[in-house]
Design a protein around this ligand. Structure first.
Ligand code: PLP
Length: 488
């Protein structure tokens, strides 16, 4: 039992009883105890918690265990971190449903993504390997605030009026500099359209491709099933899947597809994690040039490559045939809804017009803020800080898989925020996913993302929001679930 008196009086005492034989991780026991006291009204809003070091000493645990518990409760909305490094009980309690969902998951980010984007946190879920998340608890609030303040104090009033569909010139310029420097694009400010993330970007593009006479679009198989595939079907385009191998899409199948456009994730195929080879990139470009086709390059997470510099964007090879799509969803926060397109010149006016029709332009203050944030070098700084965080989580995942599930086969390059691991042939993917859910583990299989519906079974591990202890716990739960499937 650790009995720690905080500096705010007897009502704020933390009476935490740790049971080292319970089989429940210590950080979870600390979380549960503090959460229950807050919910019971025993810790009032604004009460300070003991410093992590003090509580760790009092409980006889390492400081990291307490930090993980505090971070989880901050993510759930029970606690807030204050500058100066102290932590307080939040002013208002999170809604019961969100709180109870989040309280069962070992994530640093409680909110499930909307249907289809990541696994939801169902009742009884202990660890959630849902994909498509970013650790928003790491959002660079202070630096972003400096940029907001700069924008609000320096921008003339007339800049807050309606804009054209392309977005603000300051952001076109800073993004071009960034993309040409870091991603090897050949972007020019006049060819950019700012949009609400990739989701809107691909929607605008599909509309415009249809206006320009497109009939058929090729998509990677497997690939995400909640954007291009749905939008293209709704717009009346034929959708054809191009099989993906270890090195990305198989270009010979693209030649047979008779498509007017192809959507690719060449720097880090989603979900299987391969990178399109230089030869295949050149071949895809030749295909596009010969057919007058468009390559849509979804560069969703290229900033996170852990073993070397990322391969340059395809757009730099053929700016007249490739639409480059970037997003702040992986690097800053999906809720910002900030994305950007670098377009072949002949598509710019129509995409900008579609953007005006869709929403009359993206919010100007956010665009100017992001431009200032980029220009100050804060984006680079944030990425330098985040790469080792995600890399450690990825290493923890691969280490746990090696230890507990050596016959699963992780695929793909050292990059991004998720890993696919292939299952041995005797294990049925759906049975493993179902058994995992019974053990409190949310995880997606690769199957639902296939277009032709065939291929080896695999699991998608999203690790971006999970601490290393939660990752280890999740893999241990999976190992138990797989034992059940093997010996029912
Ligand atoms: C393959 C892929 N592309 C792009 C995105 C980003 O989408 P958005 O920018 O709309 O948030 C995601 C999000 O998970 C994704 O999985």
């Amino acid at each position: 039992m650790g009995r720690v008196r905080t500096n705010s009086g007897p009502a704020d005492e933390l009476l935490i009883k740790l049971d080292r034989d319970a089989g429940v991780p210590l950080h979870r026991q600390i979380e549960t105890s503090i959460r229950a006291r807050i919910r019971a009204g025993l810790m009032r809003a604004g009460a300070s918690l003991p410093p992590t070091r003090t509580l760790a000493t009092g409980l006889g645990v390492s400081r990291g265990v307490v930090v993980e518990a505090y971070q989880q409760l901050v993510a759930e909305g029970y606690l807030v971190s204050r500058s100066g490094g102290y932590t307080q009980v939040a002013a208002s309690m999170p809604p019961a449903s969100a709180a109870s969902a989040a309280s069962t998951a070992s994530t640093t980010q409680p909110a499930a993504r909307s249907a289809g984007l990541g696994a939801g946190l169902g009742a009884g879920c202990r660890v959630d390997f849902g994909y498509g998340r970013t650790d928003v608890s790491q959002f660079p609030r202070a630096a972003w605030l400096r940029s907001v303040r700069t924008v609000l104090t320096t921008t003339p009033n007339d800049r807050f009026a309606y804009l054209d569909g392309r977005g603000v010139p300051e952001l076109h310029e800073t993004l071009c500099d960034y993309l040409n420097r870091v991603r090897g694009t050949a972007a020019v400010p006049g060819n950019m359209v700012i949009c609400s993330g990739y989701g809107q970007g691909i929607s605008l593009l599909i509309q415009v491709l249809v206006q320009h006479g497109a009939r058929r679009i090729a998509l990677e198989d497997p690939s995400s099933n909640d954007d291009a595939r749905v939008l293209a079907g709704a717009a009346g385009l034929d959708v054809v899947g191009i099989p993906v191998g270890p090195d990305g899409v198989q270009v010979d199948a693209l030649h047979r597809a008779d498509a007017d456009a192809v959507v690719l994730t060449p720097s880090h195929q989603w979900p299987t994690g391969g990178v399109l080879s230089a030869a295949a990139r050149a071949e895809v470009i030749r295909w596009a040039e010969r057919r007058g086709a468009i390559v849509v390059e979804d560069d969703y997470d290229a900033e996170y490559r852990y073993d070397r510099s990322p391969v340059g964007a395809m757009q730099g090879l053929a700016p007249d045939h490739v639409v480059y799509c970037g997003t702040a969803s992986k690097t800053l926060a999906p809720g910002l809804r900030l994305g950007w397109l670098v377009l072949p010149p002949h598509l710019v006016a129509d995409v900008a017009a579609a953007k005006v029709l869709a929403d009359r332009g993206s919010p100007v203050i956010d665009q100017l803020t992001f431009a200032d944030f980029l220009a100050r070098g804060e984006f680079d700084r944030h990425l330098r800080r985040m790469r080792p965080v995600y890399r450690r989580r990825r290493d923890a995942l691969l280490g746990a898989l090696r230890t507990h599930l050596p016959d699963l086969e992780p695929a793909g390059i050292a990059a991004g925020q998720h890993v696919v691991a292939w299952l041995p042939p005797e294990l049925d993917e759906a049975a493993v996913v179902t058994a995992a859910a019974r053990h409190g583990l949310a995880i997606h299989g690769v199957g639902p993302y296939r277009i032709a519906g065939t291929g080896p079974g695999g699991l998608i591990f999203g690790y971006a929001t999970l601490g290393e202890a939660a990752i280890a716990e999740g893999v241990a739960l999976l190992a138990t679930a797989i034992r059940d499937v093997r010996a029912p």
